[in-house]
Ligand binder design. Structure first.
Ligand code: ZN
Ligand code: FE
Length: 258
């Protein structure tokens, strides 16, 4: 399975994966870049996977349905335009011969889901499509969920194998890392990763897919049990060492961070 990120709008990525003949697309907010990529790579669309209901993730559904009659997998708890196959945590989706586990990751939205592919073959890494839940160096805003829900969702993703490729839906990495540096100014891992990401962006390349192991090392939202992070959160409203309180304070601090 090959996968690539199609840039859309200002900072979205629409992920496409394919076997050389058929393709599946994740969160097509716009149909134009998807149709162009299918044309360019001579692929036939076979499935659409949706993580949550926001327009920048579903806006291209109508345009793709007009061209292809394909199944659209979407979160059972959210209303997505057009006929969908409703899926929820524990379900699995078969797309172009690859099986995906559905993981519930509420927080950004009420019914947000992620899709995880675990290859049978050990030489390949798992691939995670996580929409707007986990970003490299950060996480989605809490529009419909609670800090407890989002913290639990992120912990579920942080527990995946370290080599898991993290295909997030936005290129927010550099601004996330600026915030991460405010939280952990002395982190060498963070400095190294930031340097690498800056280089990628300078060359016009995505910083994604990220890796779970890297995220565990640099993403403050996955590090709510680390003393430095707890102490930084306490300077920004957290009143305890409880990871959910720490997470809530970090998320609030990040909302106001420039
Ligand atoms: Zn969203
Ligand atoms: Fe989004």
């Amino acid at each position: 399975m090959d996968f690539l990120a199609l840039p859309a709008f200002n900072d979205n990525y629409i992920w496409i994966f394919h076997d050389g003949v058929e393709a599946a697309v994740v969160d097509p907010g716009d149909c134009a870049p998807v149709l162009a990529a299918l044309d360019r790579l001579k692929l036939r669309l076979a499935a659409i996977l949706v993580t949550h209901h926001h327009q920048d993730h579903v806006g291209g559904l109508a345009g793709l349905r007009a061209r292809f009659d394909v199944p659209v997998y979407a979160p059972a708890l959210e209303s997505i335009p057009g006929p969908c196959i409703a899926v929820t945590g524990g379900d699995s989706v078969l797309a172009i011969g690859s099986r995906f586990e559905v993981i519930d990751v509420p927080g950004h939205t009420r019914g947000h889901i992620a899709y995880l592919h675990r290859p049978a073959d050990d030489t390949q890494a798992p691939v995670l499509f996580c929409g707007d839940t986990l970003f490299s160096g950060g996480c989605g805003r809490l529009f419909e969920g609670t800090p407890q829900q989002m913290h639990d969702s992120l912990q579920r993703l942080a527990g995946l194998p370290g080599n898991t490729r993290v295909c997030c839906a936005h290129e927010y990495t550099l601004s996330n890392l600026k915030f991460a540096q405010a939280v952990e100014p002395d982190s060498a891992a963070l400095k190294d990763y930031t340097r690498w990401c800056e280089q990628q962006r300078a060359e016009g390349l995505p910083t994604l897919p990220a890796r779970i192991a890297t995220e565990r090392a640099v993403n403050p939202f996955l590090r709510c049990e680390v003393a430095t992070v707890i102490n930084a959160a306490k300077r920004h409203g957290s009143t305890s060492d409880d990871p959910v309180d720490v997470f809530a304070a970090l998320r609030q601090w990040k909302n106001e961070f420039r």
